[in-house]
Write a protein that binds this ligand. Structure first.
Ligand code: SF4
Ligand code: SF4
Length: 276
């Protein structure tokens, strides 16, 4: 069972919820916490320990063979991403723009653009009693997160996986949501929280599912959000300074903040009810 903890925007409390929920549930059964926020993974900060590299993630890009090239220019015409540029008698490949579609390589009349592999990220993990933490991390300067997310998802084979999804509603978040059994959307009572939640809800519904919604920092209500949430069953996490302080210190909060423990218990009941 895969549970995606997602949010329409960054900073809503997604990682706080994913790390605390994973730790809370691991007291009852083996859990894998999978950090798929690969551009900026930080779940591991809450579980310091010995991490080891599981594997390097590679992806394919074309490598120009000058000797075989006839300078026909076709490769530049077929690349939809402007990642290969025939210019001044040379063919320049912009590796980081390349989506690895193989079009230029396949269509080159002289096989002058064979595909080669290059590193783009790393998967690492650590074990803490019944909790396994797996992290996907893109290399600095890389621009495409999906290959690393794919690799991270492939490493999580446990029965219960909590996924810290990438924020937003782009293809990175879609990749996680489409492969999950349950999606939990975290939001906050602000205009930005409301706006981005509407987009995230629409995304989850696109896959024929209804999300569970967690309202983080619940305090002063924001009218339009409260109205939007009328049709949803929601779990509330109160605005709590102790929780915020512990999170800022890189510490798990649920054992110190009863309101958070109650929220996790409530959420767990809804998640498992959802699947039974
Ligand atoms: S399609 Fe092949 S032969 Fe033509 S310019 Fe590109 S690399 Fe050279
Ligand atoms: S493999 Fe595809 S995306 Fe990459 S340079 Fe060739 S045509 Fe462009």
């Amino acid at each position: 069972m895969r549970i995606a903890i997602a949010s329409g925007k960054g900073g809503a409390g997604k990682t706080m919820l994913a790390t605390n929920l994973a730790h809370y549930l691991s007291r009852q059964r083996p859990v894998t916490l999978l950090d798929c926020d690969v551009e900026e993974p930080n779940s591991a900060l809450f579980f310091p320990g010995e991490y080891y590299d599981v594997r390097r993630v590679t992806r394919k890009y074309p490598e120009w063979n000058s000797d075989a090239c006839t300078r026909c220019g076709l490769c530049g015409e077929v690349c939809a991403f402007h990642a290969v540029l025939p210019v001044a008698g040379e063919v320049v490949v912009f590796e980081r723009l390349c989506h690895g579609c193989h079009a230029c390589s396949e269509l080159c009349p002289t096989q002058a653009l064979p595909m080669a592999a290059r590193g783009t990220g790393t998967i690492r993990q650590a074990q803490f009693n019944d909790l396994r933490v797996i992290e996907g991390r893109m290399d600095v300067g890389e621009e495409q997160a999906v290959p690393v997310i794919d690799a991270a998802l492939g490493e999580a084979k446990a029965e219960l996986v909590i996924i810290d999804a990438p924020p937003g509603t782009a293809c990175t978040a879609q990749k996680v949501i489409e492969t999950s059994d349950v999606t939990v959307l975290v939001t906050e009572p602000t205009p930005f929280g409301f706006h981005d939640l509407t987009l995230a809800v629409a995304l989850v519904q696109k896959y024929g599912r209804e999300p569970l919604v967690v309202l983080n920092r619940d305090g002063d209500p924001y009218g339009p959000l409260a109205q939007f949430l009328t049709g949803f069953e929601i779990v509330r996490i109160p605005d709590d300074r102790t929780l915020a302080t512990l999170y800022a210190d890189g510490r798990l909060a649920w054992e110190h903040v009863p309101a958070l423990e109650n929220a996790l218990k409530n959420l767990a009941q809804r998640i498992f009810h959802e699947k039974t």
